[in-house]
Design a protein around this ligand. Structure first.
Ligand code: SAH
Length: 250
């Protein structure tokens, strides 16, 4: 997959994709990330990329010309089928959208700054708009990196053990289960016995149940279509919960 990022701060993107799994995916040629500086496409002497808003008001707006020119410069390398603006008013990024993006051949991520981009960029040039949550960042770069990391994990060969992607939070609509590693006793805090039992079926069942328990406690909205096995575990969880409440009341 190829991802072109248009930004005023290419060094932020370059630093973010250089390390860890993304760095490795890039080295192995599974993923290509190129950051292009929008300022390089400004036509004037001062390399201006922003201007005051028509109608007045605070802040500056990113101009059309440099952004259109930067996108057009990618034509030979990128299909330009998906030109995605990072924006707080976009579709909220979630694992479903991440999976959708992971099947694309390439995409352009456009990071804005200041008050955002001219509406003729947003409405006429961009094909998608993505938000990483209901809060306002000062620029789209951190949001673009969030998209790249999440999409990168989904590309075959990026995460060594596919199983670890398949058990990630949200992958199958549940939050992740709790994990432990050595030592078995840390400052008096132990490890659930089942995990050291070597009994794989029991471990699987315990993990699934913990994932369901976490999800029901924290994000019940995620629990939509449970399997019969999950339903049985959910009944168990409910029963244990009721028992715990009864004990507390006594
Ligand atoms: N005045 C704008 C906010 C501009 S913030 C508004 O109210 O919508 C500057 C830029 O940061 C945005 O144009 C966008 O590219 C990026 N940005 C800010 N918050 C974001 C979020 N939650 N998700 C994705 N991008 C965001």
């Amino acid at each position: 997959m190829r991802i072109d990022v248009l930004t005023l701060f290419p060094e932020m993107i370059e630093a973010g994709v250089r390390v860890s799994l993304l760095g490795k995916a890039i080295q192995e040629g599974i993923l290509e990330v190129a950051a292009t500086n929008i300022r390089d496409f400004s036509a004037d002497r001062h390399r201006t990329v922003d201007d005051a808003p028509y109608g007045g008001g605070a802040g500056m707006v990113m101009k059309c010309e440099p952004i259109y020119a930067a996108v057009e410069s990618l034509r030979d390398r990128n299909s330009l089928e998906r030109i995605i603006l990072l924006s707080p008013s976009g579709r909220r990024l979630d694992q479903r959208l991440v999976r959708e993006l992971a099947s694309a051949r390439d995409m352009v991520l456009l990071c804005a700054r200041y008050e955002g981009v001219d509406e003729r960029v947003r409405g006429d040039l961009c094909t998608d708009e993505i938000s990483i949550g209901d809060y306002v960042l000062s620029g789209g770069e951190v949001a673009a990196l969030a998209v790249i990391e999440a999409v990168g994990r989904m590309l075959p060969g990026v995460v060594g053990a596919w199983e670890s992607v398949a058990t990630d939070s949200f992958y199958d609509g549940l939050l992740g289960f709790p994990q432990y590693t050595r030592p078995p006793d840390f400052r008096g805090m132990g490890v659930p016995e089942v995990l050291v039992s070597g009994h794989h079926a029991a471990i699987e069942r315990w993990r699934r149940k913990q994932a369901l328990r976490f999800t029901i406690e924290r994000r019940p909205d995620l629990l939509v279509n449970s399997t019969d096995a999950d339903k049985a575990l959910l009944v168990e969880i409910e029963r244990e919960e009721a028992e715990r409440k009864r004990e507390m009341e006594q």
